[in-house]
Write a protein that binds this ligand. Structure first.
Ligand code: NAI
Length: 319
Protein backbone atom coordinates (compact mmCIF):
# COMPACT_ATOMS: atom_id res chain seq x y z
CA UNK A 1 0.00 0.00 0.00
CA UNK A 2 1.52 3.35 -1.00
CA UNK A 3 1.70 6.20 1.51
CA UNK A 4 -1.09 8.76 1.46
CA UNK A 5 0.71 12.04 0.78
CA UNK A 6 -0.19 15.73 1.00
CA UNK A 7 2.58 17.13 -1.22
CA UNK A 8 1.64 20.51 -2.65
CA UNK A 9 -1.24 20.86 -0.18
CA UNK A 10 -1.49 23.69 2.35
CA UNK A 11 -3.09 22.69 5.64
CA UNK A 12 -4.33 25.13 8.30
CA UNK A 13 -4.69 23.66 11.79
CA UNK A 14 -6.20 25.94 14.43
CA UNK A 15 -5.13 25.42 18.04
CA UNK A 16 -2.13 23.45 16.75
CA UNK A 17 0.25 24.54 19.53
CA UNK A 18 -0.69 21.61 21.79
CA UNK A 19 -2.78 18.47 22.22
CA UNK A 20 -4.64 17.09 19.23
CA UNK A 21 -3.88 20.03 16.92
CA UNK A 22 -0.14 19.56 17.40
CA UNK A 23 -0.36 15.88 16.39
CA UNK A 24 -2.39 16.81 13.29
CA UNK A 25 0.17 19.47 12.28
CA UNK A 26 3.10 17.07 12.75
CA UNK A 27 1.42 14.29 10.77
CA UNK A 28 0.41 16.50 7.82
CA UNK A 29 3.91 18.01 7.68
CA UNK A 30 5.51 14.55 7.77
CA UNK A 31 3.40 13.64 4.70
CA UNK A 32 4.56 16.62 2.63
CA UNK A 33 2.00 19.34 3.45
CA UNK A 34 2.91 22.94 4.18
CA UNK A 35 1.27 23.69 7.51
CA UNK A 36 -0.05 26.84 9.15
CA UNK A 37 0.30 26.24 12.89
CA UNK A 38 -2.27 28.55 14.44
CA UNK A 39 -2.45 29.00 18.20
CA UNK A 40 -3.43 31.90 20.41
CA UNK A 41 -1.34 30.38 23.20
CA UNK A 42 -3.73 31.30 26.03
CA UNK A 43 -4.91 29.38 29.08
CA UNK A 44 -7.27 26.44 29.09
CA UNK A 45 -10.11 28.85 29.96
CA UNK A 46 -9.33 31.16 27.03
CA UNK A 47 -7.58 33.88 29.05
CA UNK A 48 -4.20 35.26 27.95
CA UNK A 49 -2.07 34.72 24.87
CA UNK A 50 1.46 33.81 23.82
CA UNK A 51 3.39 33.01 20.65
CA UNK A 52 5.27 30.18 22.35
CA UNK A 53 2.86 27.29 21.68
CA UNK A 54 2.71 27.84 17.90
CA UNK A 55 6.46 28.58 17.69
CA UNK A 56 7.36 25.33 19.47
CA UNK A 57 5.36 23.23 17.02
CA UNK A 58 6.73 25.09 13.99
CA UNK A 59 10.25 24.41 15.30
CA UNK A 60 9.40 20.75 15.82
CA UNK A 61 8.17 20.47 12.22
CA UNK A 62 11.21 22.29 10.81
CA UNK A 63 13.62 20.15 12.85
CA UNK A 64 12.05 17.08 11.22
CA UNK A 65 12.56 18.61 7.75
CA UNK A 66 8.99 19.84 7.23
CA UNK A 67 7.54 23.21 6.22
CA UNK A 68 5.41 25.29 8.57
CA UNK A 69 4.60 28.83 9.59
CA UNK A 70 3.20 30.10 12.88
CA UNK A 71 0.04 32.16 13.27
CA UNK A 72 -0.96 33.65 16.63
CA UNK A 73 -4.43 35.01 15.84
CA UNK A 74 -7.56 33.99 17.67
CA UNK A 75 -9.93 31.89 15.58
CA UNK A 76 -12.59 34.57 16.09
CA UNK A 77 -10.53 36.48 13.53
CA UNK A 78 -10.37 33.47 11.23
CA UNK A 79 -9.84 35.59 8.11
CA UNK A 80 -6.38 36.56 9.44
CA UNK A 81 -5.40 32.89 9.77
CA UNK A 82 -6.41 32.13 6.18
CA UNK A 83 -4.49 35.25 5.08
CA UNK A 84 -1.37 33.83 6.76
CA UNK A 85 -1.76 30.70 4.59
CA UNK A 86 -2.24 32.70 1.38
CA UNK A 87 0.57 35.19 2.15
CA UNK A 88 3.08 32.44 2.94
CA UNK A 89 2.08 29.56 0.69
CA UNK A 90 -0.29 31.06 -1.93
CA UNK A 91 -3.15 28.64 -1.28
CA UNK A 92 -5.07 26.59 1.27
CA UNK A 93 -6.47 23.10 0.71
CA UNK A 94 -7.36 21.77 4.15
CA UNK A 95 -8.78 23.51 7.22
CA UNK A 96 -8.90 21.76 10.58
CA UNK A 97 -11.06 23.71 13.05
CA UNK A 98 -9.60 22.38 16.28
CA UNK A 99 -8.91 25.30 18.66
CA UNK A 100 -10.82 24.96 21.90
CA UNK A 101 -11.18 26.03 25.51
CA UNK A 102 -13.26 25.01 28.51
CA UNK A 103 -15.16 27.01 31.12
CA UNK A 104 -16.85 24.16 32.99
CA UNK A 105 -19.57 25.06 35.49
CA UNK A 106 -22.84 23.46 36.47
CA UNK A 107 -25.69 24.96 34.46
CA UNK A 108 -26.97 27.50 37.02
CA UNK A 109 -23.47 28.88 37.62
CA UNK A 110 -22.65 29.67 33.99
CA UNK A 111 -22.17 33.42 33.54
CA UNK A 112 -22.84 35.32 30.32
CA UNK A 113 -19.08 35.64 29.88
CA UNK A 114 -18.54 31.86 30.25
CA UNK A 115 -21.28 31.27 27.69
CA UNK A 116 -20.16 33.92 25.18
CA UNK A 117 -16.48 32.99 25.24
CA UNK A 118 -17.18 29.30 24.68
CA UNK A 119 -19.54 30.03 21.77
CA UNK A 120 -17.04 32.56 20.36
CA UNK A 121 -14.02 30.26 20.32
CA UNK A 122 -15.70 27.03 19.23
CA UNK A 123 -18.67 28.04 17.12
CA UNK A 124 -17.93 31.54 15.83
CA UNK A 125 -14.22 30.75 15.44
CA UNK A 126 -15.00 27.77 13.21
CA UNK A 127 -17.56 29.83 11.29
CA UNK A 128 -15.15 32.73 10.68
CA UNK A 129 -12.21 30.57 9.65
CA UNK A 130 -14.32 28.34 7.40
CA UNK A 131 -16.08 31.29 5.80
CA UNK A 132 -12.70 32.85 4.97
CA UNK A 133 -11.40 29.61 3.42
CA UNK A 134 -14.57 28.73 1.51
CA UNK A 135 -14.12 31.11 -1.49
CA UNK A 136 -10.52 29.87 -1.92
CA UNK A 137 -11.76 26.25 -1.91
CA UNK A 138 -14.58 27.12 -4.30
CA UNK A 139 -12.24 28.79 -6.81
CA UNK A 140 -9.88 25.81 -6.91
CA UNK A 141 -12.76 23.29 -6.81
CA UNK A 142 -11.15 21.52 -3.87
CA UNK A 143 -11.29 21.78 -0.12
CA UNK A 144 -11.38 19.61 2.97
CA UNK A 145 -12.79 20.94 6.27
CA UNK A 146 -12.91 19.36 9.72
CA UNK A 147 -15.11 20.57 12.57
CA UNK A 148 -14.30 19.31 16.06
CA UNK A 149 -17.30 18.27 18.13
CA UNK A 150 -17.37 16.33 21.39
CA UNK A 151 -19.12 13.47 23.13
CA UNK A 152 -20.22 16.17 25.62
CA UNK A 153 -22.28 17.66 22.78
CA UNK A 154 -23.56 14.37 21.34
CA UNK A 155 -24.45 12.78 24.67
CA UNK A 156 -24.24 15.62 27.27
CA UNK A 157 -21.89 15.93 30.25
CA UNK A 158 -22.41 17.37 33.71
CA UNK A 159 -20.87 20.84 34.05
CA UNK A 160 -20.46 21.45 30.33
CA UNK A 161 -23.76 22.96 29.12
CA UNK A 162 -22.00 25.90 27.43
CA UNK A 163 -19.43 23.64 25.75
CA UNK A 164 -22.01 20.97 24.80
CA UNK A 165 -24.17 23.60 23.09
CA UNK A 166 -21.22 24.95 21.08
CA UNK A 167 -20.04 21.47 20.10
CA UNK A 168 -23.50 20.42 18.90
CA UNK A 169 -23.74 23.75 17.06
CA UNK A 170 -20.66 22.67 15.13
CA UNK A 171 -22.47 19.51 14.01
CA UNK A 172 -25.26 21.66 12.57
CA UNK A 173 -22.75 24.00 10.93
CA UNK A 174 -20.88 21.07 9.36
CA UNK A 175 -24.10 19.42 8.12
CA UNK A 176 -24.98 22.46 6.04
CA UNK A 177 -21.44 23.39 4.95
CA UNK A 178 -21.16 19.79 3.65
CA UNK A 179 -24.31 20.27 1.56
CA UNK A 180 -23.27 23.68 0.21
CA UNK A 181 -19.71 22.55 -0.50
CA UNK A 182 -20.48 19.25 -2.23
CA UNK A 183 -20.79 20.65 -5.76
CA UNK A 184 -17.38 22.36 -5.47
CA UNK A 185 -15.64 19.24 -4.18
CA UNK A 186 -15.49 20.81 -0.73
CA UNK A 187 -16.05 18.19 1.97
CA UNK A 188 -16.80 18.97 5.59
CA UNK A 189 -16.65 16.24 8.24
CA UNK A 190 -16.82 16.18 12.01
CA UNK A 191 -14.32 14.55 14.35
CA UNK A 192 -15.43 13.63 17.86
CA UNK A 193 -12.16 12.89 19.66
CA UNK A 194 -11.39 11.45 23.07
CA UNK A 195 -7.74 12.03 23.94
CA UNK A 196 -5.28 12.97 26.62
CA UNK A 197 -4.63 16.73 26.66
CA UNK A 198 -4.71 19.64 29.07
CA UNK A 199 -8.48 19.75 28.54
CA UNK A 200 -8.91 16.22 29.89
CA UNK A 201 -6.00 15.77 32.35
CA UNK A 202 -8.09 16.35 35.47
CA UNK A 203 -11.18 14.40 34.36
CA UNK A 204 -9.59 11.11 33.27
CA UNK A 205 -8.01 8.47 35.54
CA UNK A 206 -4.19 8.45 34.98
CA UNK A 207 -4.04 5.02 33.25
CA UNK A 208 -6.82 5.98 30.82
CA UNK A 209 -5.14 9.35 30.22
CA UNK A 210 -1.88 7.54 29.33
CA UNK A 211 -3.63 5.19 26.90
CA UNK A 212 -5.60 7.80 24.98
CA UNK A 213 -2.75 9.42 23.10
CA UNK A 214 -3.86 12.19 20.70
CA UNK A 215 -1.52 10.79 17.99
CA UNK A 216 -3.96 7.87 17.64
CA UNK A 217 -6.64 10.21 16.26
CA UNK A 218 -4.46 12.20 13.84
CA UNK A 219 -4.48 9.52 11.08
CA UNK A 220 -8.30 9.48 11.12
CA UNK A 221 -8.41 13.25 10.64
CA UNK A 222 -5.67 13.10 7.99
CA UNK A 223 -7.53 10.43 6.00
CA UNK A 224 -10.76 12.47 6.11
CA UNK A 225 -8.76 15.35 4.58
CA UNK A 226 -7.07 13.33 1.83
CA UNK A 227 -8.18 13.78 -1.78
CA UNK A 228 -8.97 10.04 -1.98
CA UNK A 229 -11.55 10.24 0.84
CA UNK A 230 -15.05 10.79 -0.49
CA UNK A 231 -16.76 11.05 2.91
CA UNK A 232 -18.76 14.26 3.37
CA UNK A 233 -20.94 15.37 6.29
CA UNK A 234 -19.97 12.43 8.51
CA UNK A 235 -19.58 12.43 12.27
CA UNK A 236 -16.59 10.24 13.13
CA UNK A 237 -15.95 9.39 16.77
CA UNK A 238 -12.39 8.32 17.56
CA UNK A 239 -10.06 7.54 20.46
CA UNK A 240 -7.59 4.95 21.74
CA UNK A 241 -6.95 3.56 18.27
CA UNK A 242 -10.63 3.14 17.36
CA UNK A 243 -12.90 5.09 15.00
CA UNK A 244 -16.56 4.76 14.05
CA UNK A 245 -19.29 6.77 12.35
CA UNK A 246 -22.17 8.21 14.40
CA UNK A 247 -25.64 8.90 13.04
CA UNK A 248 -28.88 10.10 14.52
CA UNK A 249 -31.36 7.27 14.76
CA UNK A 250 -35.03 8.07 14.16
CA UNK A 251 -37.73 5.75 15.46
CA UNK A 252 -40.31 4.39 13.06
CA UNK A 253 -42.74 6.35 15.23
CA UNK A 254 -46.52 6.40 15.18
CA UNK A 255 -49.24 8.23 13.27
CA UNK A 256 -51.24 10.11 15.87
CA UNK A 257 -54.61 10.51 14.16
CA UNK A 258 -56.91 8.47 11.90
CA UNK A 259 -57.46 10.80 8.99
CA UNK A 260 -56.52 14.19 7.56
CA UNK A 261 -59.38 16.07 9.17
CA UNK A 262 -58.92 14.74 12.72
CA UNK A 263 -56.79 16.72 15.22
CA UNK A 264 -54.04 15.14 17.30
CA UNK A 265 -55.08 14.63 20.94
CA UNK A 266 -52.77 14.53 23.95
CA UNK A 267 -54.45 11.24 24.87
CA UNK A 268 -53.41 9.63 21.58
CA UNK A 269 -49.84 10.81 22.15
CA UNK A 270 -49.93 9.13 25.57
CA UNK A 271 -51.51 5.98 24.14
CA UNK A 272 -48.92 5.65 21.39
CA UNK A 273 -45.90 6.74 23.43
CA UNK A 274 -44.22 3.30 23.43
CA UNK A 275 -44.36 3.27 19.61
CA UNK A 276 -43.12 6.87 19.36
CA UNK A 277 -39.98 6.06 21.36
CA UNK A 278 -39.38 2.52 20.08
CA UNK A 279 -36.11 2.83 18.12
CA UNK A 280 -35.81 -0.94 17.47
CA UNK A 281 -36.65 -0.60 13.77
CA UNK A 282 -35.42 2.97 13.55
CA UNK A 283 -33.67 4.49 10.55
CA UNK A 284 -30.86 7.00 10.04
CA UNK A 285 -32.12 9.60 7.60
CA UNK A 286 -29.55 11.02 5.21
CA UNK A 287 -31.07 14.43 4.43
CA UNK A 288 -33.90 16.88 5.02
CA UNK A 289 -35.35 15.62 1.72
CA UNK A 290 -35.80 12.15 3.23
CA UNK A 291 -37.70 13.76 6.13
CA UNK A 292 -40.11 15.39 3.68
CA UNK A 293 -40.54 12.12 1.72
CA UNK A 294 -41.38 10.30 4.97
CA UNK A 295 -43.93 13.00 5.90
CA UNK A 296 -45.55 12.79 2.46
CA UNK A 297 -45.93 9.02 3.02
CA UNK A 298 -47.65 9.73 6.35
CA UNK A 299 -50.04 12.17 4.69
CA UNK A 300 -50.75 9.59 1.96
CA UNK A 301 -51.66 6.98 4.61
CA UNK A 302 -53.92 9.49 6.36
CA UNK A 303 -55.60 10.27 3.04
CA UNK A 304 -56.19 6.54 2.39
CA UNK A 305 -57.29 5.81 5.97
CA UNK A 306 -54.44 3.27 6.19
CA UNK A 307 -53.53 4.00 9.82
CA UNK A 308 -52.48 0.88 11.69
CA UNK A 309 -51.00 2.42 14.83
CA UNK A 310 -54.14 3.95 16.33
CA UNK A 311 -56.44 1.19 15.08
CA UNK A 312 -54.15 -1.48 16.54
CA UNK A 313 -53.94 0.33 19.87
CA UNK A 314 -57.72 0.45 19.91
CA UNK A 315 -58.03 -3.25 18.87
CA UNK A 316 -55.24 -4.26 21.27
CA UNK A 317 -53.29 -5.95 18.42
CA UNK A 318 -49.52 -5.71 17.94
CA UNK A 319 -49.03 -5.01 14.26
P1 NAI B 1 -5.62 21.59 24.06
O1 NAI B 1 -5.95 22.59 25.11
O2 NAI B 1 -4.43 20.73 24.26
O3 NAI B 1 -5.49 22.30 22.65
C1 NAI B 1 -6.32 23.35 22.23
C2 NAI B 1 -5.46 24.45 21.66
O4 NAI B 1 -6.32 25.50 21.14
C3 NAI B 1 -4.55 25.11 22.70
O5 NAI B 1 -3.20 25.05 22.30
C4 NAI B 1 -5.05 26.55 22.78
O6 NAI B 1 -4.03 27.51 23.01
C5 NAI B 1 -5.69 26.74 21.42
N1 NAI B 1 -6.69 27.81 21.42
C6 NAI B 1 -7.61 28.06 22.37
N2 NAI B 1 -8.35 29.13 22.05
C7 NAI B 1 -7.88 29.57 20.85
C8 NAI B 1 -8.25 30.64 19.98
N3 NAI B 1 -9.23 31.48 20.32
N4 NAI B 1 -7.58 30.79 18.82
C9 NAI B 1 -6.57 29.95 18.50
N5 NAI B 1 -6.16 28.93 19.29
C10 NAI B 1 -6.82 28.74 20.45
O7 NAI B 1 -6.93 20.67 23.88
P2 NAI B 1 -7.27 19.41 22.95
O8 NAI B 1 -7.81 18.37 23.83
O9 NAI B 1 -6.15 19.09 22.06
O10 NAI B 1 -8.51 20.00 22.14
C11 NAI B 1 -8.56 20.17 20.75
C12 NAI B 1 -10.01 20.22 20.31
O11 NAI B 1 -10.62 18.95 20.53
C13 NAI B 1 -10.87 21.23 21.05
O12 NAI B 1 -11.78 21.82 20.16
C14 NAI B 1 -11.59 20.39 22.07
O13 NAI B 1 -12.80 20.99 22.48
C15 NAI B 1 -11.81 19.14 21.27
N6 NAI B 1 -12.08 17.96 22.07
C16 NAI B 1 -11.09 17.36 22.79
C17 NAI B 1 -11.37 16.23 23.51
C18 NAI B 1 -10.32 15.47 24.24
O14 NAI B 1 -10.64 14.36 24.74
N7 NAI B 1 -9.09 15.97 24.34
C19 NAI B 1 -12.74 15.68 23.60
C20 NAI B 1 -13.67 16.33 22.75
C21 NAI B 1 -13.34 17.45 22.04
Amino acid sequence: MSDLRFDGRVVVVTGAGAGLGRTYALLFASRGAKVVVNDLGGGRDGDGKSSKAADNVVNEIKTRGGTAVADYNSVVEGEKIIKTAIDNFGRVDVLINNAGILRDKSFMKITDHDWDLIQAVHLKGSFKTTQAAFPVFKKQNYGRIIMTASTSGLYGNFGQANYSAAKMGLVGLANTVAIEGERYNIHCNIIVPTAASRLTQDIMPPDLFEALKPDLIAPVVAYLCHESCLENGAIIESGGGWAGKCQILRANGAILRKNLTEDVSIENVQKLWEQIIDTKNGKCLGSGREVVIALVEVLEKLRNGDIKSIQNEEDGTDE
